[in-house]
Design a protein around this ligand. Structure first.
Ligand code: ZN
Ligand code: ZN
Length: 269
């Protein structure tokens, strides 16, 4: 999500597997969120990428990319798909068997969306110890996981509820890029397992935050609390702060389960 300058260097530094990235989501067109994109797209070309890449972002981004490719007479040797995002409510932009991705509007100086990554509910889990010694046809395991009772090879009934446990709860990750404090986003991010929310300033700079349509660490924590999320990650800190501990401290005063989105760290959802 988002692709600022230095993205390729960081990918190298943290040994990201380049060809496992197939979808890139751009929240808005301020340079700090996409100036790394054209470089990445052309590097993929040099690396002879062959499989498709899909970019999600505001309509203008497609024009920008096409103009840059045209100006440098670059023809991509992989398929490049573009999905235009809208900033008018909850919109589904992707779905497969495991996950659904939606955009939702944020409130910033230019059209900006957040992204909601929602895992689909999985199947029930087989309790292997309860199935030991039972002679079951392979195809029946799938039915059991779907909650359907089956017969074993001897004709004895096996109740799905006896030999399976509920699926792991589906997890939700909400990403709120640049935005002013806005309670309008609460319905979209309600109950997320992990919320990323920008926290550009400390609350003593609330005027500056409002002027630039950004949030303070305190406000990010208020959003997390009101949305009843489990964990909060704050980021997008102004370069005026060389020491980030005050931002963390401020957010934790309202929402203790807060961490700093520091580069190179990994957070589990
Ligand atoms: Zn911005
Ligand atoms: Zn920004």
């Amino acid at each position: 999500v988002d692709c600022g300058e230095g993205t390729q260097e960081r990918m190298q530094q943290y040994k990201v597997r380049w060809f496992r990235i197939n979808h890139i989501f751009i929240s808005h067109l301020h340079g700090d969120h996409y100036y790394g994109l054209i470089g990445l797209l052309t590097t993929y070309n040099l690396l002879r990428r062959a499989h498709p890449l899909t970019i999600y972002g505001p309509a203008l981004l497609k024009e920008i990319i096409e103009l840059q490719l045209k100006a440098s007479a670059t023809r991509l040797n992989y398929q490049f798909n573009f999905v235009e995002t809208q900033d008018d409510g909850l919109n589904k932009i992707f779905e497969d068997d495991f996950v659904e991705i939606h955009t939702f509007p944020l409130h910033h100086k230019i059209p900006t969306t957040g992204f909601l990554f929602r895992q689909k509910p999985g199947e029930r889990r087989l309790l292997i110890e309860k199935l030991e010694g039972r002679d079951i046809e392979r195809v029946h395991y799938k039915l059991l996981k779907q909650g359907t009772d089956v017969n074993d090879k001897g004709g004895n009934l096996i109740k799905a509820m006896d030999v399976t446990a509920p699926a792991h709860p589906a997890r939700i990750y909400a990403f709120c890029s640049d935005t002013i404090y806005s309670e309008k986003i609460l319905p979209y991010i309600q109950g997320a397992d992990l919320l990323y929310h920008e926290a550009t300033y400390l609350h003593d700079s609330i005027n500056r935050a409002e002027e630039t349509k950004h949030s303070t660490a305190l406000q990010a924590a208020q959003i997390a609390e009101k949305a009843n999320v489990k964990k909060l990650l704050i980021g997008h800190f102004s370069s005026r702060y060389s020491n980030l501990s005050m931002l963390l401290h401020e957010a934790r005063s309202i929402f203790p389960e807060t961490s700093l989105a520091v580069e190179g760290e990994t957070f589990n959802v």
